[in-house]
Write a protein that binds this ligand. Structure first.
Ligand code: FNR
Length: 183
């Protein structure tokens, strides 16, 4: 047995009752013992002031930026679970990427392996958000898992009223994603 791999799970929705968050919890529950997955709380992302280079001066730097950067720096990989907003990445998640990416020589993302699960209410599975995220990974130098791709559509039909995943095929699919990412 190798060492435990620590994975930060970043959820692109700040909404209570978010389906993306439910998918994230399902992924965490399906992880093997050698994978330690933890949601970097969405409120942390929500509390990150918009990235502004002027604030990089030590006297002005928001403490939440430092906390966030420290947290991601310590993990071995990142799993993004996100909805799509207007065919792209929700602003809160994009801002988290921006905050983590600077100062450029200290980017927390560089070389960090990642994977994306995108989630939608309708059938399309938030393809646009998934692929806009992937565009950022190129510049951020994050090796991203290519296959299997994970687009989860029709999210409301997959969970019961308590947020538990009830769709067996989706459970098997998420299991496959998590196992592939671990490998
Ligand atoms: C959406 N939604 C949405 N859905 C989609 O499939 N493609 C899209 O482009 C958009 N655009 C969009 C913009 C904005 C501003 C909002 C608030 C919503 C619907 C979205 O998928 C839905 O609200 C999900 O429930 C959001 O994910 P969570 O919060 O359930 O994880």
């Amino acid at each position: 047995m190798g060492d435990t791999l620590n994975v930060a799970v970043l959820v692109g929705s700040l909404r209570r009752g978010s389906f993306s968050r439910k998918v994230a919890h399902a992924a965490i529950a399906l992880a093997s013992n050698s994978l330690s997955m933890e949601i970097v709380e969405i409120v942390d992302i929500g509390d990150l002031p918009f990235y502004n280079e002027d604030l990089e001066d030590a006297s002005e730097k928001p403490s939440s930026w430092l906390t966030f950067r420290d947290r991601i720096r310590r993990v071995d990989g990142v799993l993004f679970v996100t909805p799509e907003y207007n065919r792209s990445v929700p602003g809160a998640l994009k801002n988290a990427l921006d905050v983590g990416s600077r100062p450029r020589v200290e980017s927390i993302w560089s070389g960090k392996p990642c994977a994306v699960i995108s989630v939608s209410l309708g059938a399309l599975g938030a393809f646009g958000a998934n692929h806009h995220l992937r565009q950022s990974f190129v510049f951020l130098d994050m090796p991203a898992m290519q296959q299997p791709e994970a687009y989860i559509g029709n999210a409301p039909s997959l969970f019961d009223g308590h947020g538990a995943l009830t769709n067996e095929k989706t459970r098997e699919f998420i299991q496959k994603i998590v196992t592939a990412f671990e490998q």
